[in-house]
Design a protein around this ligand. Structure first.
Ligand SMILES: C[S@@+](CC[C@H](N)C(=O)[O-])C[C@H]1O[C@@H](n2cnc3c(N)ncnc32)[C@H](O)[C@@H]1O
Length: 254
């Protein structure tokens, strides 16, 4: 496994979405919005622990799941034994063309190594007219979230201590989805609100998904300092609720 993003997700798989129901929260909003009919043939691309897989199964969909991180796939297999889950690169899927009525991809287009090839593959495996749905962090109109969030403030402050100077670990995906044969694409904002019991839980959550790479990129001294500062901020905010937004993109394969 040479892709550092995939290696990271493989390492954090056991705690991923287990500390706070962040990805499963967005998955449930996404699937409610899609309201797929029972029996729909769905592909969960870059499935992680299967947040979308679980929500789709609950609606009676027949789900296939793919992720590049072997540990994620093994956890999906044990949680959802009926789901064919395989280790694979979203940029080169070992799946036939025109096989799915719905392709979903939660919080991955902005981090996969090759977002263009991933979108091309998503369209290839979708039957003509099938729906494709992707989520990415942040609001559909690009405006910043205005909620008080000590972790977001600390990310901004500690960015300068990252080795690469930016602390940014995503790709530059282009949301001109028409290039891939997707039509009638809509973008809407989803929001979640999750109570966080204490600072230690918030710190643990921050390390259990993609942003853990940011924290791993700090020196031990800065990491310990950031941890201590988050705990202090959280003591000042009893009853803190984690509020974040995401954009849900929905289009149709041409
Ligand atoms: C932020 S997680 C999202 C997981 C899941 N979709 C969810 O909503 O919880 C991103 C996932 O993308 C996977 N991933 C990253 N690069 C990939 C690639 N090239 N092909 C397939 N999966 C990839 C990671 O292993 C990780 O499980």
């Amino acid at each position: 496994m040479t892709d550092p993003v995939v290696s990271h997700f493989d390492r954090v798989a056991d705690s991923y979405d287990e500390v706070l129901p962040f990805f499963s929260g967005f998955a449930s909003l996404t699937v409610d919005r899609l309201a797929p009919p029972a029996g729909v043939r769905a592909l969960d691309l870059a499935c992680g622990r299967g947040a979308l897989t679980g929500a789709l199964l609950a609606r009676g969909a027949s789900v296939t799941a793919v992720d590049a991180a072997p540990r994620m796939v093994s956890l999906v297999r044990s949680t959802y034994p009926s789901v064919p889950a395989t280790v694979g690169d979203s940029a080169a899927l070992d799946l036939p063309a025109d096989a799915f009525d719905l392709v979903v991809c939660g919080f991955a287009i902005h981090i996969v190594a090759d977002p263009d090839a991933t979108l091309r593959e998503a369209v290839r495996v979708a039957r003509p007219g099938a729906r494709l749905a992707f989520t990415t962090p942040g609001r559909a109109d690009d405006s910043p979230d205005r909620w008080d969030d000590p972790l977001v403030e600390l990310y901004a402050e500690y960015r300068r201590y990252q080795e690469d100077g930016s602390g940014r670990h995503g790709n530059d995906f282009d949301d001109d989805f028409g290039r891939f044969g997707l039509r009638d694409v809509t973008a809407e904002t989803l929001e979640i609100a999750i109570p966080v019991p204490d600072g230690e839980t918030y710190w643990k959550w921050s390390r259990s998904h993609g942003s853990g790479r940011f924290i791993d990129g700090l020196t031990p001294y800065r990491r310990a300092e950031m941890h201590a500062r988050l705990l202090e901020h959280m003591v000042e905010r009893p009853g803190f609720v984690l509020r974040r937004s995401a954009t849900l993109w929905i289009g149709h394969a041409g």
